[in-house]
Design a protein. Structure first.
Length: 116
């Protein structure tokens, strides 16, 4: 079982930046692929960024060049640095941990609102 707690969301103006954090419980955090998803009102949840246990990253086309995912296994944490934010980035952002033999776990989400 993995418990995930997100933080760092809030209200930011277009063009601004935010850094989301996700703290995980457990001693085997390092084996999980960590993902950030988001869900905007009336839309399906979508994958924003992933980082594998080996550190390989992948991004949705809509955020490439603006968002950066990273992880600190010593702190059982994953981060999402979001720059050049747009109103379309407004959503609830969810942290997800996945490992093929152990399943998937979700955080409670953190709201990001991009508005002037």
């Amino acid at each position: 079982q993995v418990q995930l707690v997100e933080s760092g969301g809030g209200l930011v103006q277009p063009g601004g930046s935010l850094r989301l954090s996700c703290a995980a419980s457990g001693s085997i955090f390092h084996i999980y692929t960590m993902n950030w998803y988001r869900q905007a009102p009336g839309k399906q949840r979508e994958l924003v960024a992933s980082i594998t246990s080996g550190g390989s990253t992948n991004y949705a086309d809509s955020v490439k060049g603006r968002f950066t995912i990273s992880r600190d296994n010593a702190k059982n944490s994953v981060y999402l640095q979001m720059n050049s934010l747009k109103p379309d980035d407004t959503a609830v952002y969810y942290c997800n941990a996945y490992q093929i033999n152990r399943g998937a776990f979700w955080g409670q989400g953190t709201q990001v609102t991009v508005s002037s």
